[in-house]
Every structure is written in C-alpha cells, then in structure tokens.
Design a protein around this ligand. Structure first.
Ligand SMILES: [Zn+2]
Length: 496
C-alpha cells in the first residue's frame, strides 16, 4: 500500500543573539549573513579559523565548531537581486548540513533589514524543510532518515510559518508520487491512494470511471484510457469546501502513470522516465493539500486525469476521429500527444461550474522543454493582462514561468480536413503553443485560465526550495499566485 507521511518539525521564533546560539541545544546552526555586513560579522566572531576559511574560500560556505555546535555560515546578498541566485545559494548551504542529521537546527540571520530578512528566513526554512523529505527508495539498504524535530529561527521575523510548512508538505506529496515507478503507481493504486487521502483530509471524492465517462461522451479521454486492459483510467474529482470567501478555484492535472507513446511508440531513450508523466496531477493534488493545510479561504475542485498510455487491441490509432465531451470532434494524428486528449475532457468538466480561476498542470510537450530548458516552465493564459505579473510572481517564489502566445491564428495549424480539430500538427516546431491552443477549445472564454506546461518538473540540482531532480514544480507557485491577489481578486471585482 502506498503511504505518504510528512511530520513537520516544531518551529520557534526566538530573539537570541549570535553569542547565545551555542548555548541552545541545537547541534547545528545555520548562520546567514548579509554580504555587506561580512566585515562586521567576522569582527564580531573573532575567529581566526573562520577568517582563514573566508580568505581561502571566497563566497562559499564556511564552518566551525563553537561550544559543541556545528556552525555553517553562508553569505547572501543583503537585498537579493536575483531570487534564483538566492535560492541556489540556500540550497548549497542547506545541503551541507543535511548529512549531520541533527534533531534541532537553529537558523540565525545576521545583518539583514527586516523585510529582506523575512524573505531570506522564509526561503531558508523552506529549503531546510524540503531537503528533509525522503523520496521512496527500493534499495535493500534503506536511506537514513533525518530526525529533525525542532527548528529555531532568530531573530523573530514576521514570517508565515503555517504557509511555508503547508507548501513544503504539498510539494513533498507531489514529489513522493512522481518518484514512484509505474509498477507501483498504477492507475488503480493511484486512485486508491487519492481516496484514502481524501478521507483523511475530509475532501469529497468521486471517480468518473470509464463507464460513466462513456455515458457522458468523454471520447477524448477514453481514446487514451481504453488502451490499458485493466479499465482503471478515470477522472477523479476532489472537492474542498471549508470556505470559498476568496473565490473558487479549479485545479486540473495530467496523470498519465506511464506514457509508452501508444502506437506512436517512443524510442527507448525517450520512454525511460515516463513514470513522471503523471507529475501534473501530483502537483494539482499537492496544491490542494497545501491549500488545506494552510487553511486558505478558497473553495477548490481538483480534477485528476488518471490513465496509462498503452498499446493494445483497443488502443487509439493515428487517423481515428473521436468526439470530446463538449461535442468537438478530434482527428488523432499522434498517439504520443495523449496529454491534450485526457486534459480536453477534464478541462470541459472542470469548467462546468464556472470557477473563478482554472489552472491546469501538465508535463505536456517536448517543445516547451526545447524552448525553455528546465529552469523555467511555460505558461499560457487567456487573460493577457496577467503576463507580466506571472513572470514576477514566478521569480519571487523560485518557480519561474515564461509566457507564450495564445493567439487565435495559431489555430490554422490545427485545421483538420475531416474533424473540428487536428490533435497536433506533425513536424510543426511550436507544439507547446499548438497544444495550448488545442486545450483552449475546451475552456470557455469567460473562464480565467492558466495552463502550465511543466518543463521545469525535472531539473538536475533542483530548483527553488527543492534540491532533488524531481522538483514538484507548481505547488509553491500556485500558493504565491493566490497570495499575490492580482489574479483571483481581480476576477471577483469584474463580477464575472
Ligand atoms: Zn506522450
């Protein structure tokens, strides 16, 4: 049985001086010093050992043992110019202390102004908590856990501890699920897991199984799901309704537990790693968990499009024409473009009760990755005024996004001789844009919509708060978008 558990350490805000640090029972202290106060800091500690290290090791992490306490010291820009740089430095510092497996870690900030300090403290705490998450391993010698039970943070800066721990937990869930091999996270097991989690969290949960989807005419989703002989593909709907004071949110995720490519079979190298093709759904689920844990006042419907893309007697084929739930007919071109097929019907269903904001997450196209690499994910929206704010929010939270156009005339590429829409355009270079245009045919224009093509879902060395290659990209971004207020609240004011 799949099991996910995350217990955050207790976190305490303290007013304690640098001198008092070694007297606490923290075995490890992480001291973050504003770069422009480096001279003052080295003067205050009066440690020839640290001064020597600093001279030999310019800009990097230095350390000492003081009164029995391991102290790791990192120098950071006083006002972080580039957030990416800040997160990268924090990941480097924190990865030094992880192997020490301390139960109590103290984080101390030196020389920062309160506002910049709060940003640094929040990010440092997030990196520390994320690093402690252990992804499943199938090695016979299990990895040693980090029994971190307490973190103290000084000085007592104004940070939102509840939100940051909620984000880390949601991201941990997304990474946990994504790291599972397809042999463990089958469609059946995934659905079972989601049901247990829903019960535990008090979410309503309903599976639209293949019989129900056939009754509703979800031909695009079923074209893909029917390729698997166990009939376990389903659109799972979760509903969280503690409060919707700030608006109603619909989250949609692509959950392809394994993508063989279907009859347009992937070649060996590109099929390896395709257990991660459910990453978008894991991010949607992780975001729902984070919103729940943080107690945010949004009503949320979360829609997971869970299926596997197989070959087999009932699998769909290039040239097939299928009818989606909204009545549009689609001419299949390439069975490896299955993500847009399962999302099409799921987006239609998610739009039915007119959410104030609809966000979908998908590891959708190779084209997006070729365009951006994996440091950024692609974003598309039908609200053009959001383009610049989206870039800003992404940079601030460490999960960077870059917008692509969604103009209507791109549809010329998707004209089919026989059906309403061509599934994709073979050989076209901008498949990420074509895919987004394709999806836009399943989202009503009046629904404010963000589509995230998760090219940053996997990045060597990690991104933002996360040091593992699987980044769980999207959970922190979504909470940052909600906290920003320019997206959802604006919609409410327009009185849609
Ligand atoms: Zn595919």
């Amino acid at each position: 049985m799949l099991e996910f558990s995350y217990t955050p350490p207790s976190i305490h805000l303290l007013e304690q001086s640098l001198d008092a640090l070694p007297q606490s029972d923290a075995a490890v202290a992480l001291i973050l010093v504003a770069e422009d106060r480096k001279g003052f800091f080295l003067g205050e500690v009066q440690s020839p050992e640290l001064q020597l290290q600093e001279q030999l090791n310019q800009g990097s992490v230095i350390h000492r043992v003081e009164g029995g306490q391991w102290q790791w010291i990192g120098f950071l820009p006083a006002i972080p110019e580039s957030e990416a740089q800040l997160y990268k430095k924090l990941r480097t510092v924190v990865s030094q202390i992880g192997p020490l497996r301390a139960e109590h870690v103290a984080i101390h900030l030196y020389g920062f102004e309160p506002e910049a300090g709060a940003r640094v403290a929040e990010a440092a705490l997030g990196v520390l908590l994320s690093q402690r998450v252990v992804l499943s391993s199938y090695k016979s010698a299990p990895k040693e856990r980090w029994p971190l039970s307490r973190v103290s943070l000084s000085p007592a800066l104004a940070i939102d501890i509840r939100r940051i721990t909620a984000e880390v937990e949601g991201n941990a869930l997304a990474r946990y699920l994504s790291a599972l091999p397809s042999s463990e996270l089958t469609a059946r097991e995934y659905r079972r897991f989601v049901h247990r989690l829903a019960q535990q969290e008090g979410w309503e949960c309903h599976d639209y199984d293949q019989v129900q989807l056939a009754e509703r005419g979800a031909g695009a989703f079923l074209a893909v799901a029917r390729g698997a002989d166990d009939d376990q593909g389903a659109i799972v709907r979760l509903r969280h309704r503690v409060s919707d004071k700030q608006g109603r949110l619909a989250l949609v995720g692509k959950g392809i537990c394994h993508d063989s490519g279907g009859y347009n079979l992937k070649v060996a190298g590109s099929m390896y790693g395709m257990h991660l093709d459910m990453g978008g759904s894991a991010v949607a689920l992780g975001t729902l968990l984070a919103i729940t844990r943080a107690g945010l006042p949004y009503g949320v419907d979360c829609w997971l499009a869970i299926a596997e893309n197989h070959i087999g007697p009932r699998a769909y084929r290039p040239g097939d024409i299928v009818t989606a739930i909204n009545g549009k007919t689609i001419e299949v071109v390439d069975t490896d473009a299955e993500g847009r097929m399962v999302l099409a019907d799921t987006l239609t269903m998610a739009s039915e009760n007119a959410p104030d904001l609809l966000i979908d997450y998908a590891t959708l196209t190779g084209a997006c990755k070729r365009a951006l690499g994996s440091r950024y994910s692609g974003v598309f929206t039908n609200r053009e005024a959001w383009l610049v704010p989206l870039i800003e929010v992404g940079r601030r939270c460490g999960e960077r996004i870059w917008p692509f156009p969604l103009d209507e005339d791109y549809d010329e590429t998707l004209e089919s001789e026989w059906a309403d829409l061509l599934q994709c355009a073979p050989g076209a270079s901008c498949d990420h844009i074509d895919a987004a245009r394709f999806l836009s045919h399943f989202v009503p224009a009046q629904t404010p919509w963000l589509h995230l093509d998760l090219s940053g879902f996997r990045h060597k060395g990690g991104q933002g708060l996360v040091t593992s290659e699987i980044t769980g990209f999207g959970v922190r971004l979504t909470l940052a978008l909600l906290a920003d207020g320019r997206f959802l609240s604006k919609v409410r004011k327009q009185g849609r």
